[in-house]
Design a protein. Sequence first.
Length: 208
Amino acid sequence: MSAVLEPPATREPAQVAHAVAEIRAGRIVVLFDDIACEGVLVLAARLATKRTVAAMVRHTSGLLRAAMTAADLDRLAIPPMVARHDEPGQSRFAVAVDAATGITTGISAGDRARAFRILADPASVPGDLIRPGHVIPERVASGGVLERPCRAEAAVELMTRANAGPVAVIGELTDDVANVARWPGSVAFAREHQVPILTISGLVAPGS
């Protein structure tokens, strides 16, 4: 079967339901950013393991972020990475963190999985993390995906629908030569690895 060249313009309730079920089970899904035309891998931070984080590192640029709300960032005393953003629509990164205990250097898949789980745990406190580290939190818009239909907000929306905690692990899908995956490459990856794929527009469409 040949790869579809363009993202679907129709609603995707079946794909959304499949993705929600996979997120709830602690598995990776592909989310396609219609605006940037890039594929993104998404995982529930609360359920992150050494194996799933290693898989995300292997198939992305390796720059994994924790998409999360401003309230959780404030609760954990994680400040913005920069005081001023030069582009209004750019990602809102916070200071990178590691788990304060139970790790080695912080860069391994297991170490990063531990940091993701701490970020997603509502019982975590600022002292559970050290700064700077190897996991970059990314603040989502207060109005979620309806305010800003971008990858971080869409990933957190998936977490909400799956009741999988408030934090999502996200990373841009890349090919074997580190080019960011467009729609055909994203579809090919989803088929090869038998994971669901959905678009942000499909996620926010009425009835999805």
